[in-house]
Design a protein around this ligand. Structure first.
Ligand code: CMP
Length: 140
């Protein structure tokens, strides 16, 4: 079924000038960008996004990393978009990511792992609404 998912191109991938290459992978896999913007997150915005990880030992580093430079947030739409995006990204830890995935090709560490993608329909809905108003989403 057609789904939407939230994708973030993280500061490490933006710094590598890999925005276009990463979005190409989404498009070549049949996902459409239906919303996109570049943002510099502050502590509140990044911390709120990752609120479910607040008690994890890596939370402070995660927020520090996500605020270290601009990110590109997008809504991707397509058949089975949530799972398809996760397949394209590869495992959270780039060292475990399958060859040819975005994280295997563009990331080195679990903190600076190039991309984020929603992990379920519930988180996709929350994450999309966290960054985009309904008037900013442009289905085609
Ligand atoms: P992301 O999919 O954006 O969701 C939370 C992020 O926390 C994750 O990608 C990683 O970049 C980061 N992170 C750092 N350490 C860990 C860990 N031990 N387990 C899961 N995520 C981690």
């Amino acid at each position: 079924a057609t789904q939407r998912t939230l994708s973030i191109i993280k500061p490490d991938a933006v710094a590598k000038n890999a925005i276009g290459e990463i979005i190409s992978r989404f498009e070549k896999a049949g996902l459409q960008v239906v919303a996109a913007k570049m943002l510099k997150l502050d502590d509140d915005k990044a911390g709120g996004f990752y609120a479910e990880h607040k008690e994890r030992p890596f939370f402070k580093d995660l927020v520090g990393f996500m605020t270290s430079g601009p990110v590109v947030v997008q809504v991707l739409e397509g058949d089975d978009a949530i799972a398809k995006n996760r397949e394209l990204m590869g495992a959270t830890n780039p060292k475990e990511a399958a060859p040819g995935t975005i994280r295997a090709d563009f990331a080195e560490t679990i903190d600076a792992n190039a991309v984020h993608g929603s992990d379920s329909p519930e988180s996709a809905e929350r994450e999309i609404a966290y960054f985009f108003g309904a008037d900013e989403i442009c289905p085609r």
